[in-house]
Write a protein that binds this ligand. Structure first.
Ligand SMILES: Cc1cc2nc3c(=O)[nH]c(=O)nc-3n(C[C@H](O)[C@H](O)[C@H](O)COP(=O)(O)O)c2cc1C
Length: 362
């Protein structure tokens, strides 16, 4: 099991869904960074299900407890340790899953790999709750990124085929951020958000779930960020983003759509704008050769439909080695996308901060 990520900046996530708590240890933060507890709590609240109409009914308040690494409102330079308690734990619905694994969840391979010693109740370490530690890590590094002139924003791009219109996507970063905070979906367009809401409600009513796409953008990056060969900027971002449960795809810039383009269409022509090297288009999504180009970073992640659905499904009994119908009970998100938006944003921020700190060392 590997719970740590990063190089100059490292995050180690700990806890499990139904254990006492979930959180992270963040190492490598420069000393003296301001730590705004109210601001960090607000980021955890963006991820929390409480107050959302379209999320799991598991009522976790996610009140941050910071125990180490902060003094007088600033980082000490030592490891920062923070966590939230798991307060609304109900193990009952997960007992049948010890023998009958949920299709689409980690139950079967996790039990085969770790046996009974790993507590998989509530999804264990495979639960979306583990992303509390990722949001904390990202929120802690934001003042450093801001001081470097880097801003990062993530938003819902589509849910179950309903997309934010192109007009909304051309807003400046601050506009995208403001518009996407206007609704529970995290989508920067009210009409799209309404249609997405209907789609999620319909799926929930029929005992089903839906997925979608989250987009993240970052501006203000210097040219040349990244450590090719293997720690390319896109490779490292993808590595970290794939750690978010339910993420099934990551693309940069035009990504998979570039497969259908000619080279002449896909290349981004260079131009000089007020003495700065820019590209007229940004199909590369701000990364070439694993290095930042100085153009906005643009990435998208695919989030699958929640696997724990209320409909009866086909599974097996692992003890009897026979077919077994399964009805998953317990409390689940009918769509993970809205709650994963801040997670994608903070993971992106964390990786960018790691590379900025690495560059400072080399
Ligand atoms: C914020 C968040 C909330 C999630 N909520 C649920 C949930 O309520 N029910 C569920 O089955 N999976 C949920 N997941 C996804 C599962 O944890 C994930 O699908 C599972 O661990 C299997 O991993 P994989 O989908 O990455 O292969 C959530 C993920 C995130 C990021």
């Amino acid at each position: 099991m590997r719970m740590r990520f990063g190089e100059a900046l490292q995050v180690t996530v700990f806890g499990s869904s139904h254990g006492p708590d979930v959180g992270s240890v963040v190492e490598g933060l420069p000393a003296g960074l301001p730590v705004d507890l109210t601001g960090i709590q607000a980021e955890l609240d963006r991820r929390s299900p409480v107050g959302r109409k379209l999320a799991t009914r598991r009522a976790e308040r996610d009140q941050l407890i910071l125990t180490h690494g902060v003094s007088g409102g600033r980082t000490t330079g030592g490891p920062v340790v923070g966590y939230v308690r798991n307060e609304d734990v109900r193990r009952g619905p997960y007992r049948p899953l010890e023998d009958v694994p949920r299709p689409g969840h980690a139950d079967y391979p996790a039990r085969e790999r770790y046996g009974g010693s790993l507590d998989l109740s509530g999804g264990g370490i495979f639960s979306g709750r583990m992303t509390v530690g990722l949001v904390l890590a990202g929120a802690l590094v934001r003042p450093f990124l801001t001081a470097q002139g880097v801003s990062v924003v993530a938003f819902t791009r589509s849910i179950h085929g309903i997309s934010v219109p192109e007009t909304a996507l051309s807003l400046p970063l601050t506009g995208l951020e403001a518009a996407s905070r206007e609704n529970e979906l995290g989508a920067p367009d009210p009409d799209a958000a309404e249609a997405m809401t209907r789609s999620i409600e319909e799926a929930r009513r029929s005992g089903d779930s839906v997925g979608g796409i989250i987009e993240a953008r970052a501006e203000g990056l210097p040219v040349g960020l990244g450590e090719p060969f293997f720690d390319s900027l896109e490779g490292s971002l993808a590595h970290a983003l794939f750690a978010i449960p339910a993420v099934k795809g990551v693309e940069f810039g035009s990504g998979f759509a570039s497969a259908d383009r000619l080279g002449s269409e896909n290349n981004d022509p260079y131009e000089m704008v007020q003495g700065t090297v820019r590209t007229r288009t940004n199909h590369a999504g701000g990364i070439l050769g694993g290095l930042s180009t100085g153009m906005p970073l643009l990435l998208r992640v695919v989030v699958k439909p929640t696997s724990s659905i209320a409909r009866e499904q086909e599974s097996i009994s692992l003890s009897r080695r026979t077919a077994q119908r399964l009805v998953v009970t317990g409390r689940h998100d009918p769509c993970i996308v809205p709650r994963a938006v801040p997670v994608v944003e903070h993971v992106t921020a964390f990786v960018l901060a790691d590379f900025l700190l690495r560059r400072g060392r080399s």
